[in-house]
Design a protein around this ligand. Structure first.
Ligand SMILES: *[C@@H]1O[C@H](CO)[C@@H](O)[C@H](O)[C@H]1NC(C)=O
Ligand SMILES: *[C@@H]1O[C@H](CO)[C@@H](O)[C@H](O)[C@H]1NC(C)=O
Length: 318
């Protein structure tokens, strides 16, 4: 980012660390470029199950989280969403029974699972943090954070999505275009998809989705239902952890509203996909991101050594 100006970058980093708590108070404008797609300057008129192949670079925050398999190489398990240089959000249930970070890797900037182009980046996982209140029976708090090592450099193919701020003006309402994307199964009993798929979804009111005709009380206020009430459009197995990304026209950015969590079958009528609603978790996510930034600190040479330099700079300034 500010690689050409180490002094300024260092100062900024130290100030951020010092002011870490106050900075967590939701900035109005996203602190860095996020939610933008360098290769696609505007939302496609286009409209997984019921989706289509995503154009190259359409979802630069989409990550494939893969586990090393004995005998085989790596297998795609879940989707994930890049939220900063070294953090990927995903669903906690993806990690059940696979908590060892060393068995995982993250692949970023990818379009085709089987044909890795030259824009992809593979990363080891330094740590996995599962939400402490995750309940695997009810999918409550189905969130986890993967720390990448080393951090990635953003490109046309790799970008972070914006986290939903406390308030967005105008708010994201039901006229917003929201899309899902993933490499998951393209039919309930089908195979996973080689190419990243995308589909536009409707946000379905919780009242409707939680009714006895549908999920009958399984939907909590921390969940969002999205898909199509008549069926046909949905995330499916292998899409878990992937983004429900909504376009905010006045800032021209995409915001992460949800993380694919569960569903009854795939694309069945009256059983849309259920997503972790991210807004109630903003605090948890932000504090985890700060912790992982702090943990990454000692590993980076820039932070530890030149403290004295900074003191000298400050001394000159006053
Ligand atoms: C969605 O839009 C419809 C039609 O404009 C409106 O009646 C409804 O109240 C809106 N729902 C929400 C949740 O904003
Ligand atoms: C869904 O229904 C259950 C059972 O009636 C209720 O406990 C829960 O609060 C409802 N969810 C929402 C978001 O209202």
């Amino acid at each position: 980012m500010a690689a050409g100006r180490p002094g300024a970058a260092l100062l900024l980093q130290l100030l951020l660390q010092a002011g870490a708590v106050s900075r967590a108070a939701a900035p109005r404008v996203p602190p860095e470029a996020c939610g933008q797609r360098p290769l696609l300057d505007s939302i496609l008129g286009s409209r997984i199950v019921g989706g289509q192949n995503a154009p190259i670079g359409a979802w630069p925050w989409s990550v494939s989280l893969q586990v090393h398999q004995t005998g085989k190489q790596f297998a795609h398990i879940c989707g994930g969403v890049l939220v900063n240089e070294n953090s990927v959000l995903t669903a906690a249930h993806c990690v059940t029974g696979r908590k060892d970070p060393h068995s995982w890797r993250a692949v970023l900037g990818m379009h085709n699972l089987w044909e890795h182009g030259k824009h992809i980046e593979k990363r080891n996982i330094a740590s996995i943090t599962v939400h402490p209140e995750f309940k695997k029976e009810t999918f409550e708090n189905d969130l986890a954070l993967f720390e990448l090592h080393p951090a990635v450099r953003y490109s046309d193919y790799i970008q972070p999505i914006c986290l939903p701020p406390a308030q967005l003006h105008p708010p994201l309402d039901n006229h917003t275009e929201c899309l899902i994307s993933g490499w998951g199964r393209t039919a309930e009993k089908g195979k996973i998809s080689a190419v990243l798929k995308e589909a536009q979804v409707e946000i379905i009111p919780t009242r409707v989705c939680n009714s006895s005709a549908a999920y009958g009380g399984l939907v909590t206020p921390n969940m969002i239902c999205a898909g199509s009430w008549s069926g046909g459009i949905d995330t499916c197995q292998g899409d878990s952890g992937g983004p429900l990304a909504c376009y905010h026209p006045s800032t021209n950015r995409y915001y992460l509203l949800g993380i694919a969590s569960f569903g009854f079958g795939c694309a069945r009528p009256k059983f849309p996909g259920i997503y972790v609603r991210l807004s109630p978790y903003r605090r948890w996510i932000e504090s985890e991101l700060l912790l992982s930034k702090a943990a990454a600190g000692p590993r980076s040479v820039t932070l530890t050594i030149p403290l004295t330099v900074l003191c000298a700079v400050l001394a000159q300034a006053f």
